[in-house]
Design a binder for this molecule. Structure first.
Ligand code: HAM
Length: 425
């Protein structure tokens, strides 16, 4: 029988890669804390209606990409394709806004979309995200975009652009919809079947199409920025002015519509420009979604803004840091595995070193001394602590400095102190 393999598009993250993940996660938590965002953890699956209502029934995510399954015949669940809908659900369910007027939450974790796997595109991928609830100001938009940008910069990523657009509120959207229908209807037959369908249900989605049949028509399509109401126009102008004040560079791109339906007013996307990501060049994106709370059942509207970034893509774009090997030692027993007083003493010595904060390896197979030394060398041990029958009897340890080859026999406590003192701060 062939050995088992992981589900296509779902990756193992191996110990050799984990340091970069943990460092990125640490930077994200640190950056968020500085902006007053607190971490929330929601379940990885929800009742499917949360996403179909929240993200939008005409989006690719809901139509084609959700992993749904029956909860033992009771209700249909979906693995979360993103974090925003879950976060809003949790904020509503726990009345987060009754405890503070403005809620700032962040999260990180796996998301699931049944997309065609490619470089930077997976079926289980990971996002970091941040959301702010209860503040409809342009300042909230600008601060949240700035957070995303500072975090990306903290990873050493320099080659990226922030694309910025406004999708307006309800009135602007209705005007834009009309303009789009007027523009696309005469060429309807030349559009992809999917966009013909979108023309009736959600014409804005046509602008998100990557189908070659739609591209030529997209280029000359009306601009949303011409359809904005005075209020929406003023909000967008303020966001731009604040980003200028915060020295966050951006490029206004009226074709940016994003792949989720909940957005109103400001939207943005951060695109890698180094070429290291190939076709999947969006590091992340987000925007304002002032109607989502009401759509999910809130009594009163709650303004909201947020973003999410793909961790795998950030790691592809970030420079590879030089990982210094951590300080460690090895305890070697000059004994066979059956020689319990000696092997037991070796394990107890390692225990005491660990209790003092030292990484101590023991090759618990207790093969020959030669083999234990070879292993210690491979692990990069700075010191090898040797215990044989005579050392155990005398309460001593032979300490070998692997860099100089110098070897000395010390009292057990002194041997521990020597190693602890040699550990870099
Ligand atoms: P999104 O644009 O769908 O937005 O996803 C954000 C980022 O997640 C993408 O730019 C990409 O880096 C990463 N991503 C998405 N799908 C995949 C995939 N299949 N494989 C690898 N990475 C992927 C959202 O999810 C919104 N919830 C963002 C948001 C938060 N808007 C407001 N608040």
């Amino acid at each position: 029988m062939a050995p088992p393999i992981a589900v296509i598009g779902m990756n193992d993250i191996l110990p050799g890669e984990i340091a970069r993940w943990q460092s990125l996660e640490g930077s994200f938590r640190e950056t968020c804390a500085r902006y007053g965002y607190r971490e929330v953890r929601t379940p990885i699956c929800e009742y499917v209606e949360l996403f179909s209502r929240g993200i939008g029934g005409t989006t690719d995510i809901v139509q084609k990409e959700m992993y749904t399954f029956d909860d033992r015949g009771e209700r249909t669940l979906a693995l979360r394709p993103e974090g925003t809908a879950s976060s809003v659900r949790a904020a509503l369910e726990h009345a987060a806004l009754s405890k503070e007027p403005v809620v700032r939450w962040c999260y990180l974790g796996p998301m699931f979309r049944a997309e065609k796997p490619a470089k930077g595109r997976f079926r289980q991928f990971h996002q970091v995200g941040a959301e702010v609830y209860g503040d409809g100001s342009a300042a909230a938009d600008a601060e949240c975009i700035e957070l995303a940008v500072r975090f990306i910069l903290s990873l050493g990523i320099k080659d990226f652009t922030v694309r910025l657009n406004s999708l307006g509120g309800e009135e602007s959207r209705a005007r834009f919809r009309e303009a789009l229908v007027a523009y696309f209807t005469p060429v309807r037959e030349q559009l992809s079947p999917e966009s013909q369908h979108r023309l009736e249900r959600n014409p804005l989605r046509i602008l998100d199409s990557k189908d070659p049949r739609d591209i030529p028509f997209k280029a000359a399509a009306p601009s949303i920025l011409d359809a904005l109401t005075d209020d929406d126009r003023a909000h967008f102008a303020q966001v731009r002015a604040l980003l200028d004040a915060l020295e966050v560079p951006y490029a206004v791109d009226p074709t940016l519509v994003r792949g989720l339906d909940y957005y109103t007013r400001t939207v943005f996307e951060v695109v890698d420009t180094s070429g290291s990501l190939g076709a999947q060049d969006a590091l992340g994106g987000g925007g304002r979604y002032d109607k989502l709370f009401s759509e999910l059942g809130a009594d009163a509207p709650v303004p909201a803004f947020g973003f999410a970034l793909g961790i795998e893509r950030l790691l592809l774009a970030a420079p590879e840091p030089v990982q210094p090997r951590g300080f460690c030692v090895a305890v070697v027993a000059a004994a066979k595995s059956s020689d319990l007083p000696v092997t037991g003493a070796a394990m107890a010595l390692a225990r005491d070193l660990r209790a003092r904060g030292v990484t101590a390896h023991v090759d618990t197979r207790f093969h020959s001394m030669k083999s234990q030394f070879r292993r210690a060398d491979d692990q990069g041990a700075a010191f090898v602590l040797i215990l044989g029958g005579s050392e155990v009897e005398a309460g001593e340890v032979t300490v070998k400095d692997m860099a100089t080859g110098a070897q000395s026999r010390l009292a057990r406590a002194q041997a521990i102190d020597t190693v602890v003192a040699a550990r870099p701060a």
